[in-house]
Design a protein around this ligand. Structure first.
Ligand code: BTN
Length: 337
């Protein structure tokens, strides 16, 4: 009988071998030779992998064939075919946590490497901006935090929400090809993605500094993927949406997450060198605010003006009666369509 850790490792190894040839069935004895173990251990590992949600066809407890991956956010599955250079080399996946951002901050403080990814199937106290909660039911969304250790000044950090939103926007569109409804996707500065004006994803960027030097940035992303329309609590039922609600079919959360992490790695490398300069056209194309008259609430300060642009550091350029104001953070509401 294998101990739990060895069983998990072997189950991982079996899945890795058989998923490469999904049209073929493998005998337990062949797998045992290949993975330097015995057939009983392979049998245990195969059954263990089905418990993870892999669709496997098991014949007479002698042969196994790969049928389908699970739609569960766990590390092996997320890292499979991830194709990043450094982001996601460490992925830690949990069934339920208080908040992936809290956990990521603890890990970053304890020295976790840049690019560490933390995911959960559910958050008990998922946090949004401005002290709000983030609706985080089990199994239907993606709740993920990524640790960064940029060498730039804290002033450049706000743009990280925007570059993350762009990476996510591309991933959502790529995972739902040809969906007309996604022509309605937009980016609401600084951290929201909307479809048809309703919020489908939010980003919470949290910075830790020492003597004005960034020690780490945690970017937390919550995506409403497969939640049914009637699942949302009443207070957000009119303002929130999910990809499922918009396109009428469920999409694979792991594929979406992989596509997003891949984009995020590229987007971040560009951001380090150019800020958001190279994304200017895209930002203008998708922004729901540029060209609109808005009110902005930033702490106790309230302003009104016309949104002219989003600059290379991710600041909102607001034309007010007192001139053009660069805004780092705040809550924006469109006053005139
Ligand atoms: C917002 O729109 O207000 C930001 C929402 C951010 C939610 C994500 S879910 C993963 C990570 N962990 C959290 O507690 N919050 C972020």
């Amino acid at each position: 009988m294998l101990n739990h850790a060895d069983l998990e490792k072997l189950a991982d190894a079996v899945v890795a071998v058989i998923r490469e040839k999904p049209n073929q069935s493998f005998s337990f004895s062949w797998l045992a030779d290949e993975l330097k173990t015995d057939s009983d251990a392979i049998q245990q590992a195969v059954h263990h992998a089905t418990g993870w949600g892999y669709g496997l066809e098991i014949r007479r407890n002698e042969r196994v064939q790969f049928i389908s991956p699970p739609d569960s956010l766990f590390a092996t599955e997320i890292q499979y075919d991830l194709r990043t250079k450094w982001l996601g080399k460490t992925v830690l996946s949990y069934r339920a946590v208080k908040s992936t951002n809290d956990l990521a901050a603890e890990m970053a403080n304890a020295g976790a490497a840049e690019g560490t990814v933390i995911t959960a199937e559910q958050q008990i106290e998922g946090r949004g901006r401005l002290g709000r909660t983030w609706f985080s039911p089990f199994g239907s969304g993606v709740y993920v935090s990524v640790i960064f250790r940029p060498a730039f000044e804290p002033e450049s950090a706000p743009g990280m929400s925007v570059m993350t939103a762009l990476a996510l926007l591309d991933a959502i569109v790529a995972c739902s090809p040809g969906e007309a409804r996604l022509k309605q996707i937009s980016l609401k500065w600084p951290n929201d993605l909307l479809i048809g004006g309703r919020k489908v994803a939010g980003i919470l960027t949290e910075l830790a500094t020492e003597d004005r030097v960034i020690s780490h940035v945690v970017i937390g992303i919550g995506i409403n993927v497969n939640a049914s329309p009637n699942e949302f609590p009443e207070e957000i039922a009119d303002t929130a949406t999910s990809i499922y609600r918009e396109i009428g079919r469920k999409i694979n959360r792991v594929e979406l997450l992989r596509a997003f992490l891949r984009n995020l790695e590229k987007q971040y490398s560009t951001y380090l060198v150019h800020g958001l300069k190279k994304d200017h056209d895209k930002i203008r194309k998708y922004s729901s605010l540029i060209g609109h008259e808005v009110t902005l609430q930033a702490g106790r300060v309230r302003m009104q003006g016309l949104v002219k642009d989003i600059d290379a550091d991710g600041r909102l350029m607001l034309q007010t009666d007192d001139g053009l104001q660069p805004i780092i953070a705040g809550e924006v509401t469109v006053v005139k369509e």
